[in-house]
Design a protein around this ligand. Structure first.
Ligand code: DC
Length: 232
């Protein structure tokens, strides 16, 4: 008999490796992986390109009025087998990961109408279960009944170091100080916004991975998932 399909919600602070472990888990369980941060990043890229947001201003009303024109979809990359984000039919997977987008995304993600649009889409994606979804509000708002909820965290310093190396590897010209500032700033905006702030769901399992290797973390989480699926 096929194992029961569940929803696995992974939330936590910026750059805690949520997407890395979510991808590993989805692969091991043959589940679908959804990176909800990519959806907020794609809307942010749209707003930047249209000039609705830059370092000195944010025209929230323009963004809200134009939301119906924004289509966010995922498409599987035939080579990697991973889902990549499409903004109005254009693959923007690389562009949404830049520090420039990271600098504006928390402001865009605090807009209720943006959240409403993307959460509706996320509900659709999870309706057949068999999904690993990562973000900030998955266990609290999007799928409060998810069978397994994880809340990932690590010190800001550890997270900034990891993200800095990742951006450098991708050829971005960034400083460690800039990345640390962005991590701390996003934590602050994501946790203090009015709509769906980042917080640990009461029934989420907290994983502090400051001192865990990727392998240790994956093993721990895979065991949790297997046990939860068995008991579902
Ligand atoms: O996971 P990430 O760093 O790619 O997410 C980018 C931003 O999007 C993050 O700073 C907050 C926002 N976000 C959110 O508000 N809710 C989600 N479910 C996912 C991301």
């Amino acid at each position: 008999m096929k194992d029961k399909q569940i929803i696995i919600a992974i939330d936590g602070h910026s750059s805690t490796g949520k997407s890395t472990v979510a991808k590993q888990l989805a692969k091991a369980l043959q589940y679908i992986y959804v990176d909800t941060g990519a959806m907020y990043r794609a809307v942010t890229l749209y707003a930047m390109r249209k000039g609705y947001i830059d370092v000195s201003h944010f025209d929230q009303e323009e963004l809200e009025n134009n939301l119906p024109l924004i289509s966010i979809k995922f498409e599987i990359n035939a080579v990697t087998g991973l889902a990549e984000v499409m903004l109005n039919g254009e693959n923007v997977e690389k562009e949404i990961r830049t520090l420039a987008v990271s600098k504006h995304v928390s402001k865009i993600a605090a807009v209720s109408l943006v959240r409403k649009k993307l959460v509706e889409q996320q509900h659709q994606m999870g309706k057949d279960k068999g999904i690993v979804m990562d973000g900030r509000d998955i266990g609290t708002v999007v799928f409060p009944n998810a069978k397994l909820k994880l809340f990932m965290t690590a010190t800001a310093k550890d997270r900034a170091e990891r993200r800095f190396l990742e951006l450098k590897e991708r050829g971005e010209n960034v400083t460690y100080e800039d990345v640390l500032k962005n991590v701390v700033n996003r934590d602050h905006i994501d946790s203090t916004r009015k709509d769906s702030p980042l917080r640990k769901a009461g029934d989420a399992i907290k994983i502090d991975n400051s001192n865990l290797t990727l392998e240790q973390q994956f093993e721990q989480i895979l065991q949790l998932a297997k046990t939860t699926i068995k008991n579902a």
